[in-house]
Design a protein around this ligand. Sequence first.
Ligand SMILES: Cc1cc2nc3c(=O)[nH]c(=O)nc-3n(C[C@H](O)[C@H](O)[C@H](O)COP(=O)(O)OP(=O)(O)OC[C@H]3O[C@@H](n4cnc5c(N)ncnc54)[C@H](O)[C@@H]3O)c2cc1C
Length: 378
Amino acid sequence: MQSSVYDLLVLGAGPAGLALAQAASAQGNQVAVLSPTPLKPWEQTFCAWLDELPAGTPTTATWPHALVHLGEGQGRTINRPYALLDNSALQAQLSVGLELQDGRAEQVIHSKGFSQVNGLRARVVVDATGHKPALLQTPDTPPVGWQTAFGATLIGAHGLPLDRAVFMDWRTTSASALQPTFLYALPLGPERLFVEETSLIAGQPPSMESLRGKLMLRLKAMGLEGELVAPERCLFPMGGALPPVQRTVAFGASAGMVHPATGYSVGRSLRMAQDVAKALDPSLSPEAASAKLWSAVWPASTRRSRSLHMMGARILERLDLHQTQAFFGAFFDLPVPVWSRYLDSDSSPVWPMLKLFGSAKPPVRRQLLSSTLSQGVP
Ligand SMILES: Cc1cc2nc3c(=O)[nH]c(=O)nc-3n(C[C@H](O)[C@H](O)[C@H](O)COP(=O)(O)OP(=O)(O)OC[C@H]3O[C@@H](n4cnc5c(N)ncnc54)[C@H](O)[C@@H]3O)c2cc1C
């Protein structure tokens, strides 16, 4: 439909943009989405803990358990189901009935009654264009680090248990490989295994070539042979400053909703879309409506949690491989409900952080203390 002024114009048709547009449309608002080739398939391997996804989110695979390997013989089995999203079904579910416009947002002009982007007028504009926001004013500060990964699907018998996702395997293939990277592996069938060498957060991220080389060495050491198909590469900032409140609202990665210490955001965007859409208020002026939406994207409580998550990101960024192994050993020894709270961007991480400090062995505790003191308590 061609409305003279939409209630909401969403820029970007990634998971965050479509989830918000769909929720707002379902609540009776006139919504348009502007994105280049809006139904271009999402190619990333999107995963989340199953309990973090809204009911009805389509998945391609779920694993009842997850594994964490810290060193030889030091494994942990996590009894928390993990899920691989079904991108095409999710994209179809979130875009049904939406007005999708093909185009790249170039400029926004705000006036008293509406905002205008590429000739489209709306009371509220939300920029959901990802890690490099198209039209937001963003702070000029560097992120804490970068997450990088090289992944591919191995075709061939792998022998790994099919009911376990390998969440993190920090075992090394060579003693000199001190740069902390881990293997992430999703058994997709007896002869299909998604494998990814990941650097969780690094100020100086390893090159794709070195990640690929490490992955090859690792697979060889594990006796895994087969063809690697559908390579995917991942590089995005972790833990930057939040964009300031402004007339254009942000949602998803553009809003800094990526967990600073893990890199996950998709589950959170899907979860939050309904509440943020509910905050759209046609009785307010466009300026006041935008301000109200910002408060729904970043309520004061989650702003506070984020500064603590940023502290976690800075700690992780400084750890070498052995310190990282010790850190995650202590972390995953905590009860699942406790560490889950740390990974959940919506919950306060204070309790898990205190529990981690209280239960960690002295070297980890010293590391946490020195990193915390050197960066100051937020
Ligand atoms: C290989 C890989 C694997 C990942 N795995 C996971 C995972 O398992 N779980 C997880 O939570 N996260 C994962 N991530 C991170 C995740 O991809 C991002 O955090 C997530 O895509 C952010 O969603 P979003 O909708 O905010 O932005 P995006 O998915 O980046 O979508 C942005 C949209 O904006 C559009 N756009 C860009 N510029 C403009 C413009 N000027 N005008 C209009 N539209 C524009 C784009 O075309 C796109 O449609 C992974 C990332 C990579 C690269």
